[in-house]
Write a protein that binds this ligand. Structure first.
Ligand SMILES: CC(=O)[C@@H](O)[C@H](O)COP(=O)(O)O
Ligand SMILES: NCC(=O)COP(=O)(O)O
Length: 255
């Protein structure tokens, strides 16, 4: 099986920095530490409301990194302009709702096919690999293929949420386990479909030490993007050991 890449998302280093409005902790410093710890790439999501990463962070990451940057952004003209200025290795198009706490679902591709095909064409022409953050849904994946995306990133949030509910052990624990396993099954099937269409398959959102292995074991998945949990875990064990443990679990699942 091919080696599974780990993309470390450093957005939530910026969340902590922004809580005080100063310069620390610095997301670019975290990205360099992640790079030194063996991350295969760095992911950063420039939200329209700049609630975590800001424009200057993207400048700093582009300057500092020797590993690829996966730039997550909404499909807006402003973001397209920023991406075209920087030409990161990859651009991942994500849905964004102002009032959401985190990215709630996958991009609606099927209904926006024409618009998105035109939107991603200049990004591809500029040499960026275009990825679509997507639910494990056949209709959406086929549409992602038709618009010319090279990659899909499966949203693992529903699986992780169901796993957390099951581990909490409420009175619906049995149903929660069934939901978790059904989400996993859906992702497995859709990873296979995407690969059969020639799409590269990535996955991420909400992954933890407890949830990473079943997803890492899908042979179609080439890259996992993991952030919030790793940044939280780094408070307790340090960023580099936190990343090393994730890497170990991914390798174990892949062996
Ligand atoms: C799209 C995605 O999953 C990531 O960007 C990640 O969750 C960090 O961003 P938010 O926490 O702002 O959703
Ligand atoms: N695209 C998913 C990502 O970058 C990381 O998400 P999370 O681990 O911060 O939830």
């Amino acid at each position: 099986m091919s080696k599974l890449r780990l993309g470390v998302n450093i957005d939530h280093v910026a969340t902590v920095r922004n809580a005080r409005g100063g310069d620390t902790p610095d997301p670019a410093r975290a990205a360099i530490l992640a790079q030194d710890a063996g991350a295969d790439g760095i992911t950063a999501h420039l939200r329209e409301d700049r609630r975590h990463i800001g424009d200057a962070d993207i400048d700093a990451l582009m300057d500092a990194l020797t590993i690829p940057l996966n730039f997550e952004m909404a499909a807006t003209a402003e973001m397209q302009k920023i991406a075209l200025r920087h030409k990161p290795h990859a651009v991942c198009i994500v849905p964004e709702k102002r009032e959401e706490r985190t990215t709630e679902g996958g991009l609606e591709v099927a209904r926006e096919e024409n618009h998105l095909a035109h939107f991603i064409a200049p990004l591809r022409d500029a040499g960026c690999r275009v990825s679509i953050f997507i639910a494990a849904d056949q209709r959406q994946i086929e549409a992602a293929h038709r618009i010319g995306a090279q990659i899909i990133e499966l949203h693992t949030g529903a699986y992780c949420d169901a796993d957390a509910k099951w581990r909490a052990g409420g009175c619906d624990a049995e149903d929660d386990l069934k939901t978790r396993d059904a989400e996993l099954e859906k992702m497995r099937d859709m990873a296979g479909l995407a690969q059969s269409l020639g799409l590269e398959v990535h996955a991420g959102h909400g992954l933890t030490y407890e949830t990473v292995k079943p997803v890492a074991a899908f042979p179609e998945v080439m890259e996992l993007n993991i952030g919030h949990f790793l940044i939280g875990e780094s408070i307790f064990r340090g960023l580099q050991p936190a990343i090393a443990e994730m890497r170990r679990l991914m390798d174990e699942a892949r062996a």
